[in-house]
Design a binder for this molecule. Structure first.
Ligand code: FES
Length: 269
């Protein structure tokens, strides 16, 4: 090997090392960005802290919480509103962050898990309730003026479970149509169950049943005692819960007055 060839090898090796250090440095900066985002969320989604973390065209979305556009301003203000209405306190744990860089090295995609202890208002009483929230994040990052920022964040919720009951009994908060109703039913009586509607699937009165008779099932029970009645509308053993609700995605918009019509698969008006 000549001296010239050795020099060329060293130059190539140095270039590769430089590229690797640059990638590791960028990854470290992006992980810092994720941590800064978590810390900003844990002080009530502070818009002053959140705003500079996003590019001017950034979006933030989570089914149920909403989609926010308008870069740092839009995302920060949207998140601030979420904190005021739905999350009163939180401790975000961002776990197992994975970063993949585009060929340019100026953009990247990311994935990580969310495991969050939170205080949310109880749907019925409005009182503070301890809750575990779990999900995953998908994000895009862009280097903007030498600083890594979020250009898009999508949070996919997997559970928001009451701390006192746990996710086996209650994967989602009370009051959502994706939960069964546990009712003490009597043999010999005829009950009317209606699928879908603004309040989810539930037992209805004769007058309510008359409003949408095609959606109503009349049934009796053979034995006295508690029965799990489907509230999600997706049971294959309607009107009884068969656990199908456990496979549904949580949708915060199902709560409250703005709840959309919920229709089970194959159901007609
Ligand atoms: S609530 Fe359990 S299947 Fe519908």
């Amino acid at each position: 090997m000549t001296t010239d060839t050795m020099d060329l090898d060293i130059v190539a090796e140095l270039a590769a090392l430089r590229a690797q250090v640059a990638r590791l440095t960028a990854k470290d900066e992006i992980c810092d960005l994720v941590t800064t985002y978590a810390r900003s969320c844990d002080v009530g989604n502070d818009p002053v802290l959140l705003r500079p973390l996003f590019t001017d065209d950034a979006t933030w979305t989570c089914k149920g919480f909403g989609t926010f556009h308008g870069g740092g301003d839009g995302c920060a203000l949207g998140l601030k509103a979420v904190a005021g209405e739905k999350i009163w306190w939180s401790l975000h744990n961002m776990i197992s962050v994975q970063i993949t860089f585009d060929a340019s090295g100026e953009e990247a995609t990311g994935f990580w898990y969310l495991w969050e202890a939170a205080t949310i208002p109880n749907e019925h009483t409005g009182e503070a309730e301890a809750c575990w929230i779990g999900g995953t994040y998908d994000a895009r990052f862009r280097r903007d003026g030498g600083t890594w920022k979020f250009s898009a964040i999508e949070l996919k919720l997997n559970m928001a479970s009451s701390y006192s009951e746990g996710w086996v009994k209650k994967r989602w908060p009370d009051g959502t149509p994706s939960q069964p109703y546990f009712l003490d039913l009597k043999p010999g009586e005829t009950y009317l169950w209606r699928q879908g509607g603004r309040e989810g699937s539930r037992l209805v009165t004769e007058a309510e049943a008359a409003e949408s008779p095609k959606k109503v099932t009349a049934f009796t029970v053979a034995e006295p005692g508690l029965q799990a009645i489907c509230g999600c509308g997706y049971s294959k053993s309607k009107p009884f819960c068969d656990g199908s609700h456990l496979n549904l995605k949580y949708d915060w918009s199902l709560l409250g007055k703005s709840a959309p019509d919920q229709t089970g698969p194959g159901d007609t008006a």
